[in-house]
Design a binder for this molecule. Structure first.
Ligand code: AMP
Length: 376
């Protein structure tokens, strides 16, 4: 893109969840107008936008309206139909492109693509029919995880299996839809890298985050990650190579497993800012949402430098029983930054917000984060 889009221009986003909300806040802070397309009348991003188009992601009229009103459009989730991105691209600049999104929104395509490009992954096999299961188990070994190829998130649509018979039952339980069987990996740690990549292929990487999950959902991110420098460098190099080989433009994340044997495996790619990058909101010169705005607008990447050790803790809807979270316990600390997403209904497992704990010493940030995680 030759001329960058400057404040005053209108940016659009497909999807109105918390990621879209934080994009919208960043863009409006910088003086852009924002239009959100999301079917939900209560969408967290819609509340913050100049205009909320309440329509389905496949609604041709709404897509045309969005494309004509915006100079550029991005997305906040991978399940946006790739066809909608193609349709929008007839009217305005769109990033990321439909091709990259189409690969990563389907776990079968994503895993196959990663393997073809030579990236290390957990052993996997595609399961498109119950009859595929014995050979798939032989290939991945047992135990293994059966994961739906499409629309799974936060550990949903995944079942751990210990035998061929259990895999067959799990496949039926998941509705007989296309799945990927993945060998169970003995994990030492999980880490992720969020990066922004521009039209010219320049990449700006945020520091590696160390991630702890609970019930398949991200619970805590610790930055800097407690890993050797050479492992962090290898993760960054691999994340950059994934972005390059996808020809990706925009902000994306690569999640990695570090095995107990010390190997680095690519777990997943997210074509958008990522929950494990929320620490950047308070701890980096530029946060991942400003970076998304910058990449979309064709501006140079912002400085990704870490200003302070930080620990991010997710706040799930589970905490709303018994009168809700004890906010004063968090807000009584001057080094704790609370972010709530404006969601009305608190359901178990639903991401309602997060907080970042900043401290001069990483161990102090972690200790306070863990204390508050328990006390909330
Ligand atoms: P996913 O949605 O595929 O990222 O899985 C959610 C979480 O489940 C991961 O972050 C891991 O903690 C765990 N997990 C997923 N796949 C595997 C695997 N093959 N082996 C061990 N743990 C896994």
């Amino acid at each position: 893109m030759s001329e960058p889009l400057l404040p005053g221009a209108t940016l659009g986003i497909l999807g109105g969840g918390q990621l879209g909300r934080m994009f919208t806040i960043a863009a409006r802070t910088m003086g852009y107008r924002v239009i959100v397309l999301d079917p939900d009348s209560l969408s967290p991003a819609g509340q913050m936008a100049d205009l909320h188009l309440q329509a389905d992601y496949l609604d041709h009229g709404a897509l045309r309206q969005l494309g004509e009103a915006c100079a550029a459009v991005t997305t906040e989730f991978e399940n946006v139909p790739a066809d909608s991105l193609i349709e929008l691209a007839q009217h305005c600049r769109v990033s990321p492109g439909a091709e990259a999104v189409a690969i990563v929104q389907d776990r079968s395509r994503e895993k196959t693509w990663l393997a073809q490009q030579g990236f290390p992954t957990a052993p996997f096999a595609l399961v498109n029919d119950g009859a595929d299961i014995p050979a798939a188990c032989a290939r991945t070994g047992l135990p293994a995880l059966l994961k739906v190829a499409r629309l799974g998130y936060d550990g949903k649509g995944q079942i751990r299996v210990d035998s061929v018979a259990a895999a067959q039952a799990a496949y039926a339980e998941l509705g007989g839809q296309p799945c990927v069987l993945e060998g169970w990996v003995a994990l030492e740690r999980e880490v992720s890298v969020v990066l922004g990549r521009d039209d010219a292929g320049r990449c700006a990487l945020f520091p590696v985050a160390e991630n702890r999950h609970a019930n398949g959902i991200l619970d805590v991110s610790i930055v800097p990650a407690r890993i050797e420098a050479r492992v962090a460098e290898a993760a960054c190099a691999m994340a950059r190579a994934v972005a390059d080989q996808l020809g990706y433009v925009g902000v994306m994340a690569v999640e990695f497993f570090i095995t107990q044997a010390g190997d680095l495996l690519v777990n997943e790619i997210a074509p958008r800012p990522h929950n494990s990058g929320h620490y950047t909101l308070d701890a980096c010169v530029t946060d991942q949402f400003e970076q998304q705005v910058r990449m979309l607008a064709g501006l140079p990447a912002g400085d990704t430098r870490l200003l302070s050790p930080v620990v991010m803790v997710n706040i799930l809807g589970d905490r709303w029983h018994n009168g809700g979270p004890h906010w004063q316990r968090l807000l009584g600390h001057g080094n704790v930054k609370l972010h709530l997403y404006g969601k009305q209904a608190a359901r178990p497992g639903r991401k309602m917000g997060h907080f970042n704990v900043l401290a001069a010493e990483p161990a102090a940030a972690l200790a306070l984060a863990e204390e508050l995680r328990g006390a909330l």
